[in-house]
Design a protein around this ligand. Sequence first.
Ligand SMILES: Cc1cc2nc3c(=O)[nH]c(=O)nc-3n(C[C@H](O)[C@H](O)[C@H](O)COP(=O)(O)O)c2cc1C
Length: 329
Amino acid sequence: MPDLSSPLAVGGLTLKNRIIMPPMANNKADEHGFVTDVLVQHYARHAAGGPAMIVVEHSYVTLAGRVDRHQLGIWSDEHVAGLARLAEVIHEGGAAAIIQITHGGSRCPHAATGATAVSPSGIAVPGDPEEPRPMSVEEIQAVPELFAAAAARARLAGFDGVEVHGAHGYLLDQFMSPFTNHRDDEYGGSPEKRLHLIGETLRAVQRELGHLVMMYRFGVDDRPVDGITPAEAAAIGPYLEGRGVGLIDCSGGLCGSRPADRTEPGYFVEAAAEVKGMVDVPVAAVGGIVEPAYADDLIRRGTVDAVCVGRALLKDPEWARKALESLKG
Ligand SMILES: Cc1cc2nc3c(=O)[nH]c(=O)nc-3n(C[C@H](O)[C@H](O)[C@H](O)COP(=O)(O)O)c2cc1C
């Protein structure tokens, strides 16, 4: 029976244990999204603390998809050299290196992009900074290649793979959710069509990654907004698996990653377990996982295959090493 310390195969990678550091934005890149020394030091410190995998924070694939002026960027080939420094220090610390690639859609403030934010149908996600405008078909058709080019840069930079951001009300999540996608063309109008852009994006990303790992951060619950439910998300799991996703990282949908009313330990675990019931690829859960014994129990019971530990790891970069040691006793 696997436990928190057991290895896990993710595509062609073997993780040394079941602890993942999920993407957490520092917003400490320079104004063009280039890696800074502060970021290199941050990831070096965290990799040395013992997690099996680090998912580097959300990196924008195009300026129109930037949510913060100091967000990390992966939108031009010039970013590769700096990103390679991150992959290198993460590997030196003994962890697998993945980078999250993203387009913020309607969540992008004008101050970060210099333009009006875009979205499937011009419907804002609660909490959006401004009113978005709907995307044209030509704009939507360009999205998969933006993600694919970012994936190619991640490969060149030496990452083991990428995580496509499809959660937290960002662009791909907005296409999946019936709350924000009211289109009546090939990109909306039915559950299948709402997945069309995600499918095309995954196909293009996979083409560039080759044998590297493609992960998906999956928005499994839109509550309190009337959108995707965990049961609907579970039914979408096989679609993601069928498009080459090697690990499904289940988090919040339009409600974001840390909804104010969800403070219980493992607040997205149940939804992640529903997804796990529908697929064969590994599934990770996130949200309020703090106690090592609880994390270990989730693996031992087979609830999920891996745990993402966010804020607890930020607070204590040694969390993973200490957790595994404490469980040995
Ligand atoms: C400071 C901070 C930055 C975050 N940035 C990202 C991000 O870049 N991409 C993402 O998918 N989630 C992001 N998240 C969400 C975390 O990955 C995680 O899902 C969330 O913190 C819940 O896990 P936790 O309870 O273990 O912290 C961020 C969270 C925090 C606290």
